[in-house]
Design a protein around this ligand. Structure first.
Ligand code: MN
Length: 392
């Protein structure tokens, strides 16, 4: 094999997706090499990853940790940078073929835009980027020829179902949802949910932000918006189906009524590997699914009355403009406040609803409007949090 390796930038390398991506990369050393690693705070793990994968560049966002990372890696010939701006700059490096965006939340937006303007292939694990600015991102990706390959398991499933379908139209997609740890619960019980309970997801092992989003069903709401942009759909073409076993990762219904679905065990290693290896499927030794271990696959409608976050996401998507950006910023503040025991579980949706009502609507936002909307929403949401339970 004398083909060049794909050189990967892993943004957010110490998180759940980042560490699994490095695992995938080390299982296929002839195919992949690591060009860039970036992390927010976890300098210790970042240093260990850099020692193992020998990238050309490393960025630690927290500037206080720069000296420590520099001392460990500079002598090995690895260039070390710090700060948020450096993450945006480093993705432009000529030696990168694929940028895996595994950053959390809004922080993924600017580096993704910079990578797109350099025509890099994007393995997108940061759904918030498309939620906030899907219109802009999809237009830019066409303009600069920067292909976006989803890493999110549902979107990877849909993407895989569409391979080979050419110009056949999608009638609708079924986005599956596990339902999270509180499936079937009513508001009376949800009122008293603790952080610990919300952090225990039945099927998927993920970071804290996305695990709380899964418990509120906001994660599915964000994914509905993500799907709309990735696959150019109308809001009415995206239906959420609760499927507690998380075996069917999503499905596409074509215009002849035929449905294609992608199945497998709930393990992020597969969608990560698919995005990095695309268009090739790479042989691996991951655990295989057995139909006989799952004699029953079940399906339900989501409870939009109780899980208001999903409903709010649909409303924001239908409204368009900067509404999904408000939704996302308010949600990030609300989740952080819940994780710090400042607000209760049900107040997450209330807080987002208040922000959607109060922030000025912009019908056709430019990048500056998204930045402004994000700032305004965070400031309003934080104010509401600090005023306790009095939301209106
Ligand atoms: Mn997902």
């Amino acid at each position: 094999m004398n083909k060049k390796t794909k050189r990967i930038a892993v943004l957010g390398s110490t998180g759940s997706i980042g560490t699994q991506a490095l695992d995938v990369i080390s299982r296929h050393k002839k195919l992949f090499s690591v060009e860039v690693l970036t992390a927010n705070n976890n300098s210790e793990l970042l240093i260990r990853q850099a020692e193992k994968h020998n990238p050309n560049f490393v960025v630690i966002k927290n500037e206080k940790k720069y000296a420590e990372v520099f001392a460990a890696l500079d002598k090995k010939g690895i260039k070390v940078f710090c700060g948020e701006k450096s993450i945006e700059d480093v993705v432009e490096s000529e030696n990168i073929d694929v940028v895996l965006t595994a950053l959390v939340g809004y922080s993924g937006l600017k580096p993704t835009i910079r990578a797109i303007t350099k025509g890099k292939k994007i393995a997108l694990a940061n759904k918030e980027t498309l939620v906030v600015a899907g219109d802009l991102i999809t237009k830019m990706s066409l303009e600069y020829g920067a292909e976006i390959i989803p890493v999110d398991s549902e979107h990877s499933a849909i993407f895989q179902c569409l391979v080979g379908e050419g110009f056949n139209n999608i009638e609708k997609i079924y986005l599956t949802a596990s339902g999270g740890p509180f499936r079937g619960w009513g508001s009376d019980k949800l009122e008293y949910v603790t952080k610990k309970e919300a952090l225990m997801h039945p099927n998927w092992n993920m970071g804290a932000k996305i695990t709380i989003d899964s418990a509120t069903l906001m994660n599915k709401g964000l994914e509905v918006i993500e799907a709309k942009w990735l696959f150019d759909l109308k809001p009415s073409q995206v239906e959420v189906v609760v499927h507690p076993q998380s075996i069917i990762h999503s499905a596409v219904q074509f215009e002849d009524g035929s449905i294609k679905a992608q199945l497998g065990l709930p393990d992020m290693m597969l969608p990560i590997q698919y995005a990095l290896g695309y268009p090739k499927r790479l042989k691996n030794s991951f655990k295989r699914f057995s139909f006989f271990n799952y004699p029953e696959l079940t399906f339900e409608k989501p409870d939009l009355k109780t899980f208001k976050c999903l409903n709010l996401a649909y409303l924001a998507m239908q409204k368009g403009g900067n509404a999904p950006c408000v939704l996302n910023a308010a949600n990030e503040v609300a989740v952080e406040a819940f994780l710090k025991d400042k607000i209760s579980f049900l107040k997450i949706a209330d807080l987002i609803g208040s922000c959607l009502e109060k922030i000025n609507f912009v019908a056709s936002p430019k990048i500056e409007d998204y930045v402004e909307t994000d700032l305004q929403t965070r400031s309003l949401a934080k104010k509401i949090v600090s005023h306790g339970s009095n939301f209106n």
